[in-house]
Write a protein that binds this ligand. Sequence first.
Ligand SMILES: C[S@@+](CC[C@H](N)C(=O)[O-])C[C@H]1O[C@@H](n2cnc3c(N)ncnc32)[C@H](O)[C@@H]1O
Length: 194
Amino acid sequence: MNWKTATALSTLYDAAVQNRTISRIGARALWNYDITNLHRAIASQDPTALTLDIPCGGGLAVRGDRHVAADLSRTMLNRARRKTNTLLQADVYALPFHSSTFDACLTYNGLHCLADPAAALRELTRVLRPGGTLSGATLTRGTGRDPLITLLQRLGVFGAPGTANDLRTWLTDAGLSDIALTPTGAVTAFTARK
Ligand SMILES: C[S@@+](CC[C@H](N)C(=O)[O-])C[C@H]1O[C@@H](n2cnc3c(N)ncnc32)[C@H](O)[C@@H]1O
């Protein structure tokens, strides 16, 4: 399965994740996750910071007019257009930006969909300015939901999710510091500084 062309899956996912009731029940049932943690993280984003949000999906985390929302999927970008016009089709492995461009990079619910999350984190770090912050959340193995993660990998929905230890290694190897991981159910939220 390819997220770039998966119109039905993208539409279904975004409709569910942007519905407060469905996403709360779904996140708890599937991932033992309290999605209000994600809503709080989004609400705490600094709207004055030049921010790259990839994958933005249907615009769940869009906040303010200095927020650049990017995704591989046209379907997702069309949905995100309801929230912002600062949109870009881009591949997280090859971002069309100069190094050290952004004050903040966000990557919510995306790393577990990728075949090479470490490479994506290196590319996000490249476009982050020194002192800038990378934040995100990802499903992690070793948190009680490995059979479901494996099933979604087999279906091609997920790429190669790692454990929380893998995540820490990827962030460290990307050259980031002040790494903070916050596991809740099967989801690990993270922040780090360049
Ligand atoms: C589970 S959704 C998460 C979207 C959004 N951040 C959210 O939390 O609702 C995963 C997203 O990753 C995008 N995606 C997958 N591979 C990508 C890539 N290589 N570059 C950019 N986006 C990608 C998909 O199109 C999809 O929108």
